[in-house]
Ligand binder design. Structure first.
Ligand code: AMP
Length: 198
């Protein structure tokens, strides 16, 4: 018996981990841009992996992805889940024990990680990833979304440390900076690959 082998193209959905602010007290422009970033992620058929809270720009990104028909994966510490602070936009809820656990799961589940403007939680996530990258523990890229030059001071600090030779592996190896939605789209498009299947 002959089996007909149909040629097809299998699209593997990419996952983007997004770190961003929990604060509810930002200027409106940050929430608006987070919503736009979320919509772009959803339109490009990437799945969002994020902290899962229903506050700040985190909620806006998730809303944007959801509105664009994309998939939202929330990595949610039990304490948030039980206190009902997990977002309603979550399609897949991945429970975790604590913040360290969450960072590791977010990194494992993501193909690339994006940091929107954020506070100490976001900085902690960026630095965890950079430290892991710099000792070769993993090789995932982190993209800073440099909206209105938000990350300029961090980039200047890293340059200074580099000049003083405190940085062994050049940050450019794993750190990318985009300043607009268009630049983000171009970067994500370069990651998106169609895998030929049977
Ligand atoms: P921050 O930048 O200090 O606003 O912290 C936000 C970042 O840290 C997010 O990317 C989250 O992954 C994590 N995070 C901090 N606080 C929370 C929270 N209440 N709920 C969920 N995630 C949080």
């Amino acid at each position: 018996m002959l089996f007909e082998r149909k040629s097809a193209t299998l699209f593997v959905m990419k996952h983007i981990g997004v770190f961003c602010a929990a604060s509810q007290r930002l200027e409106a422009a940050y929430y608006d841009e987070a919503l736009r970033v979320g919509r772009k992620i959803g339109q490009m058929r990437w799945a969002l992996v994020y902290g899962g809270a229903n506050s700040g720009s985190m909620e806006c990104v998730a809303q944007g992805v959801h509105e664009a028909g994309g998939t939202v994966v929330g990595v949610v510490p039990r304490i948030l889940e039980t206190s009902r602070r997990a977002s309603d936009y979550i399609d897949e809820l991945v429970p975790c024990a604590d913040l360290n656990d969450r960072k590791q799961i977010m990194i494992e589940r993501s193909d690339v990680l994006l940091a929107l403007p954020g506070g100490v939680g976001t900085l902690d996530e960026i630095f965890t990833l950079m430290a892991a990258d710099s000792i070769g523990y993993q090789k995932k890229q982190i993209v800073l979304y440099n909206e209105s030059g938000f990350w300029d001071s961090l980039l200047a600090l890293l340059e200074e440390y580099d000049r003083k030779s405190f940085i062994n592996v050049p940050c450019q190896n794993y750190l990318r900076v985009v300043s607009s939605l268009e630049e983000l789209e171009t970067l994500l498009a370069a990651y998106t690959k169609a895998v030929p299947g049977a």
